[in-house]
Write a protein of this length. Structure first.
Length: 225
């Protein structure tokens, strides 16, 4: 039993390492190629630089996402008002949603709910999940964000979209490193979300219906003010 768990763990690490190597090799190959081109062709410098910058950003994004796999620094944990964290993230996505004719509805309970967390990481979770919702809708749709107190100890954040939904057989793959169905996705967003929420002793569950939409439900321990 113990032995099996150990070897399973190894294979996940191996899988992750292979994924990282693969995801970083592509932009590196491209960077190398454009460096060669730059040596020969000086007329298109600005175009080349633009592409090179975006390839570097890809590597930067992957490395930032993977940082959460490191041990959480408890020193960064503080009390934060859950509604304020969400309002901030929704504000950041406002223009993105507007550009895609997506309405983000908010139903945040009035009573202030406090969670004990690293606010940057918590906001990254909400950002990743809301971004996925926007990408699932693509154009014209609605996202509903609810925050409420489930019981004395639990806060619930519910993000519901009317996007493409997720086929049942893919549900269990969500959150595995590098699993993506998108052309430009890196498949790290949900893995990062699961890791962060686990570090804060919470949980994430997903309900989805293909062609109807998905609901991501996050539960976090609640602290009374
Ligand atoms: P990425 O967004 O880079 O693809 P994620 O880890 O954020 O990586 O998501 C993994 C996959 O989960 C997505 O490619 C998509 O197939 C699926 N997914 C996540 N959120 C949603 C959603 N709200 N609606 C439909 N599919 C989703
Ligand atoms: Mg994503």
């Amino acid at each position: 039993e113990q032995h099996m768990m150990e070897s399973e763990k190894l294979s996940v690490t191996g899988q992750l390492a292979a994924g990282i190597a693969h995801e970083i090799r592509n932009p590196l190959t491209s960077l190398k190629g454009f460096l060669q081109l730059l040596k020969m062709d000086n007329d298109h410098r600005d175009d080349f630089f633009k592409i090179m910058e975006s390839e570097l950003t890809k590597i930067e994004t992957i490395s930032n996402e993977l940082m959460v796999l490191a041990k959480p620094k408890q020193t960064d944990f503080k009390f934060h008002r859950l509604q304020s964290l969400l309002e901030h993230v929704i504000m950041l996505l406002d223009s993105e949603a507007f550009r895609h004719s997506i309405k983000i509805e908010q139903e945040l309970t009035e009573e202030s709910l406090y969670v004990y967390c690293d606010d940057t990481k918590c906001k990254q979770v909400f950002l990743n999940i809301l971004k996925n919702a926007i990408e699932a809708i693509e154009q014209d749709g609605k996202i509903n964000v609810k925050v409420f107190k489930e019981d004395e100890h639990t806060a619930v954040i519910e993000v519901k979209d009317n996007g493409c939904g997720i086929p049942k057989h893919l549900l269990k793959k969500l959150g595995s490193p590098f699993f993506t169905t998108k052309k430009t996705g890196n498949g790290l967003g949900l893995m990062v979300c699961y890791k962060i929420i686990e570090q804060q002793n919470g949980s994430i569950s997903i309900e989805s219906e293909p062609n109807e939409g998905s609901t991501f439900t996050i539960r976090l321990p609640l602290y009374m003010a």
